[in-house]
Ligand binder design. Sequence first.
Ligand SMILES: [Mn+2]
Length: 317
Amino acid sequence: MTLDEILKEINKAETFVVLAHENPDGDAIGSSLGMCTFLKELGKNDVDVLFKEYPETFKFLPNFDMIKSEPSHEKYDMAIVVDCPNTDRVGKEYRKFIETAKVIVQFDHHLRNSMFGDYNVVNPVAPACAQILVSSFEYLKIDISKDVAICLLAGIITDTGGFRFNSTTTETFEYAAWCLSKGINVSKVYKEAMMTKTKSQFNAEKLALDRLKFFADDKITFTYITKKDIEELGIKPGELEGIAGIGVTIKDVEVAIFAREKEDGFKVSFRSNNIDVADICMLFGGGGHKLAAGCLIDADIEEVQKAVVSETMKHLK
Ligand SMILES: [Mn+2]
């Protein structure tokens, strides 16, 4: 099966680049570091994990210092892409490494994956890409190290919202239990990955909460952060990740929308308890998961709000 083939290809290859989607979250970082740690332990010493910008909050993960922004090769034997549905989601400066790699392998759990790899291990039902890696290692009967396990655990914890999303499966808990049995401090990883925030992150959340507005009989929330806020509060990449989910923690809210200003417009993130927000985002040229999706809209904040709120209202049941 595919996984056996992948392992053969990994054994043959010498140079590796590990990539994930831009602005990586805990799953993208955990899956990337889990993979590169595994490769290192396999004796592969020529592994690049490339991100242009990434949150420092995951510094506690093993091999975090292997992440860098400058590639050490022009071309790689193998590109391993994790947590990324298509090559456009990879940082522009790194896409060429996928095109020019001798072998492209991808592990992913997004809906509507473009199957861009030579080998595609894609399961949209998995709650985290990291969990697909766990199952893959299990299938291959590879006994992963504590370091690999911690990276993957962090990916699973963040993408399941701390085991609370309904995408969480029995395997998720079995894996957490297995980690505990191996002496991994699951509670510490949980706290570091889920609950620790920087002061600028806290201030950004405070501002976004202050601006949060309700629509459609309190079933929709909308809030935003501008480029100016990002500058003034000294917000670093990744520090706005938690804001999108805050609205859906309010009773009776069905869809929470968060817009953050980027160079090329507002990146709008949707979170939902039930409504398929990937469908809504597709209308704006975006996509994602059923209950967590996003799109990019180049307009001013009033227009963005009007467009996404009115479209979301049509999708309420
Ligand atoms: Mn993910």
